[in-house]
Each structure stands twice: as structure tokens, then as C-alpha cells.
Design a protein around this ligand. Structure first.
Ligand code: UD1
Ligand code: MG
Length: 454
């Protein structure tokens, strides 16, 4: 069997009521279209065609800039969104004769698991059916199309909820929107679809009735759990999918040896990773491609985005964005590490410490109420309470450099650009406008050197 995939992502997503294309709405921090593409990649479907249309440029950019390998991926535009059947038809020129089986799925189903797709593909290959579709039996219809069967329980068609009679609406078997098609048959018959409903859309689902009419075999893989196949059409569906995805991710990390004190208030994005024996306290948010090492204690009330946290770090009630922490770093409570903060091992940033675009050397302490921005601090520096790097003069940002083992007195204002030499001290409340040589004490406003140690 040679398998190609078509993933539909051109629809406007009207029911989301959003200016952003539906398929870019994130689930666990990752645009939902990427889940479908990941699944197709796991199945080795080649090529995979993503049909884009509404907000197509935005979709293309976000996907091209993601981590996803794109060598097998091709974008095709559906200029006018005239239904799912019309969308698949756009891929005909590219895919015809490239594969004998075409997997079609929609980009609004992020919870679908690769194993289910594999089962569907195997059933399709073994049964030699013309169409093999995924269905689910559920009491909550979620607006899905209903699967019609005849008295011999053979699938005969799919009726969309909005076009269904009251009797058809009572059917519990729903169309998930994932199908394997015999490629030659599908490419020949897509053009035979006729517009349906008040929007005159070409329904992909009508292929099932067409196949029935030609006495072709239609197989169905029937699921009994709706959670994997939620198709996101509204923000309510989005929140439901988010919750299921979050539980799935949390369970994965617990299985990998991470303690979650309260999974219900632990929010870990799909692309984050966490090391063994790390403990995550309640109300912790780990966003983006954050990496957290082993033996850490994170939270309660921590928000970490796109950061790299080394082993054995402790982070309490703090915000960390695009920062790097080496091992044994302690942060918080109430610290704010902004983009470009790099804390070497054994650093301590205590309450109301803010660090931005700065390197903080090994075992340096920034205990209380300090702002360190655009700075480079050596090892074993002590930053007294209330120290500020005055990095901005209203026009430009300037750097502050502090040498190893310097001792910065409480409430020191370091007016950048400025350099404090190794082992130098500043007195409490000093305003430092000039460089302070190593091994010296500077005090006053503005501070001047009054003594040399050596
Ligand atoms: C569709 C199915 C329905 C199924 C449900 C499962 C059809 C006609 N109906 O309904 O039977 O139960 O999915 O979730 O297929 N799209 C395009 N171009 C278009 C229209 C849609 O690319 O012209 C894309 C959308 O971006 C979306 C997908 O196709 O990713 C499905 O469209 P959507 O409007 O969500 O269909 P449903 O109403 O959910
Ligand atoms: Mg849908």
C-alpha cells in the first residue's frame, strides 16, 4: 500500500467567531493543525497535502516556522471554500498516481492518536474496501454527521446534522471525519459530487452514498470514546479538547516519573519536557518548548515560558520567560525573569528580583527588590536589596558589568554604561556614574572612590 494524506485546513471556522484561522488556535500551546500533520507524519504518509485557504498565508507561515519536518509536506490553496469535497479535489493534480490509498482528515481534530489512524489504515488494506471510515458511537452528537446503515448493517451514507431529519438525528453513530479512500476511485468520483444544503457546499461525505450506489465496499472502524475525535468547531469544543489534552500530557509526565501534586491545576504544553523526580506544585503553567531538568521543585504559582531549567532548581511563585537556568538555581517567590536572563549554577534570585537580558555568574545572590537589566555579573556577587541597573537613559540601553565577588550595597543605582571591578564594594544608597576599579569602595551621590584596598 502506498499512502498519501490530505488534511483539510481551508475553512473559515465561522463558529469560532475569531479573526484567526480556526486551525491555528492552540491546544496545549500548539496550533491544532500541527497535531494532524504530526499524526500523518507518524503514519509515513507521503506526500502530505495541507489544503489551505482562509488565512492561508498565516497558516503556511506558522507551519513552516514550526519544528515540523516539512520535506514531505505540500501546501495547496483552495481559493473559495466550497466544502470538504471541493477541498480534497484541489489535491487531485498533485496526488493522482502518487499513492494507491489516500487518507483524508480534517485539521480540527487534535486529539486523534496515531494508533487509531494505523488501525484504520490496516483495516482498509485488509478489507480492500473502497472507503474505510472512522466512526464513533456517542450520545453527545457534537454536531457531527450521522452514519446511515441498511438492515444488513452496511454503511450506506452520511447525513450532516443540519440536513438530517429528526429520526436521523437520533442515530448515535457519528462520522469522525477520517477516511481511507481507494485513490483511483476517489479522484474519479470527487467531480461527481453535487452541491448540498443552503450553502451549496460539496460534501466529501457524499462519496459514501456514491460508493453505495456502485455497490462498493465501505468499512467502518467504530470507536466508543468520543474524546479522541472531538472536531473543534466552537470555543466550547476548544476548551473540551484542551482539558482532555492537558490530562493526557499530565499522565504522560507522571508515567515518566514526574510528581504532579495537583494535576487539575497543572498546565503543561505539548512541546514541554520535564525530568525525572521533579515535583510540580499546584497552579503551575509550563508553556512552549520549555525544558525542565530532573529533581526540580516548580511552583506553586509558577509561569514558565520557552525556557531551559537545569536539574535541581527551585522556582516558587515566579514568572520566567525565554530564560536559561543552570543547575541548583533558586528563584522566588515573586521573581520575574524576562527574555535573555541566563542564571549560572547556584544563583539565587529572591523576592521581587527582576532580571532581563543578563548573565548572572555562578552562586551570585540577588536577594530582594532588584532590577538587573542588560548586565553581566561575575560569580559570587552579592546584590544588596533595592539595587537597580539604570540601563535606559530615555534613548538607548547600556550595559552594566560587575566583576566576581563584588559587593553591591543596598539601594545602589548603577547608571549604565558602568563597570564595577572584581571584589569592589559600593556603599548603601550610592549612585554610581563612573567605573569603580577592582578592590575599591565607592560611596555617595554620585559615588566617588574614597579608598583603595590594595
Ligand atoms: C465535518 C463532516 C461531518 C463530520 C465532522 C467531524 C463534512 C461535509 N462533514 O463537519 O460529517 O461529522 O466534520 O468533525 O465533511 N474545510 C476546508 N474547505 C472547505 C470546508 C472545510 O478545507 O471548503 C476544512 C475545515 O478547515 C476543517 C475541515 O475541513 O478543518 C472540516 O470542516 P468543518 O466545517 O469543521 O466540518 P464539520 O461541520 O465539522
Ligand atoms: Mg469540524
Amino acid at each position: 500500500m502506498t499512502l498519501a494524506a490530505v488534511i483539510l485546513a481551508a475553512g473559515q471556522g465561522t463558529r469560532m467567531k475569531s479573526s484567526m484561522p480556526k486551525v491555528l488556535h492552540p491546544v496545549a500551546g500548539k496550533p491544532m493543525a500541527l497535531y494532524a500533520l504530526d499524526a500523518a507524519g507518524d503514519l509515513n504518509a507521503a506526500p502530505t497535502v495541507l489544503v489551505i485557504g482562509h488565512g492561508g498565508d498565516q497558516v503556511r507561515t506558522i507551519i513552516s516556522n514550526s519544528q515540523l519536518p516539512t520535506s514531505n509536506l505540500q501546501f495547496i490553496e483552495q481559493k473559495e471554500q466550497r466544502g470538504t469535497g471541493h477541498a480534497v479535489l484541489q489535491a487531485r493534480e498533485v496526488l493522482r498516481d502518487r499513492a494507491d490509498t489516500v487518507l483524508v482528515m480534517y485539521a480540527d481534530m487534535p486529539l486523534l492518536q496515531t494508533t487509531t489512524l494505523q488501525k484504520l489504515a490496516i483495516l482498509h488494506a485488509q478489507s480492500r474496501a473502497t472507503i474505510t471510515m472512522l466512526t464513533v458511537c456517542a450520545d453527545d452528537s457534537m454536531g457531527f454527521g450521522r452514519v446511515l446503515r441498511d438492515s444488513d448493517f452496511r454503511v450506506t451514507g452520511i447525513v450532516e446534522e443540519k440536513d438530517a431529519t429528526a429520526e436521523q438525528r437520533a442515530i448515535r453513530e457519528l462520522n469522525c471525519g477520517v477516511y481511507c479512500f481507494d485513490a483511483a476511485w476517489m479522484w474519479d468520483h470527487l467531480a461527481q459530487l453535487t452541491p448540498q444544503g443552503h450553502k451549496h457546499e460539496y460534501y466529501l461525505t457524499d462519496l459514501v452514498a456514491l460508493a453505495t450506489r456502485e455497490n462498493k465496499m465501505i468499512e467502518a472502524l467504530v470507536l466508543d470514546d468520543l474524546s479522541e475525535v472531538i472536531g473543534i468547531n466552537t470555543r466550547v469544543h476548544l476548551a473540551r479538547a484542551e482539558k482532555i489534552m492537558r490530562d493526557r500530557i499530565n499522565e504522560r509526565w507522571m508515567d515518566a516519573g514526574v510528581t504532579l501534586i495537583d494535576p487539575a491545576t497543572t498546565y503543561i504544553d505539548a512541546d514541554a519536557t520535564i525530568g525525572m523526580d521533579t515535583v510540580i506544585e499546584p497552579n503551575t503553567h509550563i508553556h512552549g518548548a520549555t525544558r525542565i531538568g530532573a529533581q526540580c521543585r516548580i511552583g506553586p504559582n509558577a509561569i514558565i515560558r520557552a525556557s531551559d531549567i537545569g536539574d535541581a532548581c527551585t522556582i516558587i511563585a515566579s514568572v520566567i520567560r525565554e530564560s536559561k537556568l543552570e543547575e541548583h538555581v533558586r528563584v522566588g517567590p515573586f521573581a520575574d525573569l524576562r527574555p535573555g536572563a541566563h542564571l549560572a549554577r547556584d544563583v539565587y534570585v529572591g523576592n521581587f528580583g527582576e532580571v532581563k537580558n543578563s548573565y548572572i555568574g555562578e552562586a551570585t545572590h540577588i536577594g530582594h527588590f532588584s532590577y538587573i537589566g542588560d548586565a553581566e555579573l561575575g560569580a559570587h556577587v552579592n546584590i544588596g536589596a533595592g539595587t537597580i541597573t539604570c540601563n535606559y537613559d530615555g534613548k538607548k540601553k547600556s550595559r552594566t558589568v560587575i566583576g566576581a565577588r563584588a559587593f553591591i550595597g543596598s539601594d545602589t543605582m548603577l547608571v549604565a554604561p558602568v563597570e564595577i571591578g572584581a571584589r569592589a564594594h559600593t556603599g548603601a544608597g550610592s549612585v554610581v556614574t563612573k567605573n569603580v576599579p577592582p578592590d575599591s569602595l565607592a560611596v555617595g551621590q554620585p559615588a566617588r572612590v574614597i579608598r583603595k584596598f590594595k
